[in-house]
Write a protein that binds this ligand. Structure first.
Ligand code: SF4
Ligand code: SF4
Length: 451
């Protein structure tokens, strides 16, 4: 499914920056049909500031066309940092003696989930190192869904755990997960071998085929990603695109999300990368991805600094984590000795929300699609004609109103209410009336209204 010679050829054969060619590709991107490998390779060569601005502008327009101005927020929930693998870039690797190891007990898990609910989160990404049993994971999912705190609960759990067998994936699906995420880390086989020295993860093909098994098991929302900085970002970008196209061709639906984490220092990490991705290249990669796979969500984590996150939002990022901790128990007891990697954004959820609403984005805790069966192909049926934002915007307003009522600081509430009024004013009067009546129900303490 990954043809590395084709990728290398596309990189080698791409013409040096050609204004006419780049503008033609940008016009094609506006048709929202995605881009080919050679289109992407040509865009990767854009360097001139004015042409780069045109590329960024196109990415921003396309994000607006498909998703509107909503920005989905979530937090990772680390269940365990035990791991049988030796990934040289990760603090959880088996041989790292500096890390304090821990798998949450049921009570500790409940405390962490309650802390996340108290921040205002509704969507979590459950994460664990490899070696945690499936039954522990399933129990953690069940406990998380069952945990309530005052007016809140977690409504969607996405999962980022090691590859499973077909039968195990079926059990994961039955546990009502949202998206299953698995990152190849690097699609470059030789590099993959060098950075995954021991354990089941050292099998490149075993990892590559796991997403197929998840889809065969009926999990039709899957997330792929690469850890940028292990190898040439241009190779990883083209490989992500090949992987996405392969999934679309094989299963009729491409990945629901693509994550673009950049390599960050981690406790006990001695690995030195020769392929660090500069801020400029990183932003270019995000913009190109937005044009190349317009219907796929792009996820940005708190690895990035607030400054880069602000810039990337404008270029097509549709989901961000906020208020995150990357160690088991980190939301209740954070000693910094059990983290997977160093964070670039240490702000609380409320601070992040204040920042994004100051920029005019509408924070969303919406979980409606998977609860209404709008997953996989059904989601794409709405996304492709551009109709999904008709769902995203009202749901963002409703869940943001819940946040403002239940969790926001006074300063965020004040600015947030203003933003909601502005968004309502931009709607037709019939739509405004319909949404206003739903918002009134939220203000009267009705919760979990969605369309
Ligand atoms: Fe384990 Fe994942 Fe870290 Fe590798 S990246 S050491 S598999 S937790
Ligand atoms: Fe996501 Fe669907 Fe909600 Fe839009 S309506 S934010 S696509 S869950």
């Amino acid at each position: 499914m990954i043809h590395s010679s084709l990728i290398s050829q596309s990189i080698d054969n791409a013409l040096p920056e050609d204004v006419l060619q780049v503008r033609e590709i940008l016009s094609k991107a506006y048709e929202l049909q995605g881009l080919t490998l050679s289109d992407v390779a040509a865009l990767m060569n854009v360097k001139r500031p004015e042409l780069l601005n045109e590329l960024f502008h196109a990415a921003s327009d396309i994000k607006e066309k498909i998703y509107g101005d909503r920005l989905v927020l979530f937090a990772p929930l680390y269940v365990s940092n035990m791991c049988v693998n030796e990934c040289v870039y990760c603090a959880f690797r088996k041989e790292n003696k500096l890390l304090r190891r821990c798998t949450l007990t049921k009570d500790q898990l409940i405390q962490d989930v309650k802390a996340l609910i108290d921040q205002g989160h509704k969507r979590l990404l459950l994460v664990a190192g490899e070696g945690v049993t499936l039954s522990t994971l399933l129990e953690a999912i069940e406990t998380t869904y069952a945990t309530k705190n005052d007016h809140g609960e977690i409504r969607r759990i996405n999962v980022n755990v090691a590859p499973l067998t077909l039968d195990e994936f079926k059990q994961l699906k039955a546990a009502k997960i949202g998206t299953y995420q698995l990152f190849q880390e690097t699609y470059h086989r030789e590099t993959y071998k060098q950075v995954h020295t021991h354990g089941p993860k050292s099998d490149y093909d075993g990892r590559m085929t796991a997403i197929d098994r998840a889809m065969q098991a009926g999990i039709d929302d899957v997330g792929i990603g690469a850890l940028l900085g292990l190898y040439d970002w241009r190779f990883e970008l083209l490989a992500l695109l090949q992987h996405a196209k392969y999934l679309e061709k094989t299963f009729g639906v491409g990945p629901h999300t693509i994550s673009v984490p950049r390599l960050e220092p981690a406790l006990g990490m001695t690995y030195v990368s020769k392929h660090r991705v500069s801020d400029q290249d990183f932003l270019k990669l995000v913009a190109i991805l937005r044009l190349a796979v317009p219907y796929t969500g792009i996820i940005l984590s708190t690895r990035e600094s607030p400054r880069i996150r602000r810039q990337a939002l404008a270029l097509g990022v549709s989901q961000i984590s906020a208020g995150s901790r990357t160690n088991p128990g980190g939301y209740t007891d954070d000693d910094g000795q059990a983290n997977q990697f160093e964070l670039g954004d240490h702000r609380s959820l409320d601070e992040v929300i204040y920042d994004v609403i100051s920029m005019g984005y509408l924070p969303s805790f919406c979980t409606s699609c998977y609860r209404l069966g709008r997953t996989g192909e059904h989601f794409m049926e709405l996304a492709k004609p551009g109709a999904i934002k008709e769902k995203c915007s009202p749901n963002a307003l409703l869940t943001f109103q819940e946040y403002l009522n239940d969790y926001a600081s006074a300063k965020t509430r004040q600015l947030g209410e203003l933003l909601i009024q502005q968004k309502l004013q931009q709607m037709s009067s019939s739509k405004r009336q319909m949404i206003q009546s739903l918002l009134d129900r939220v203000k009267q303490c009705e919760r979990d209204i969605y369309i």
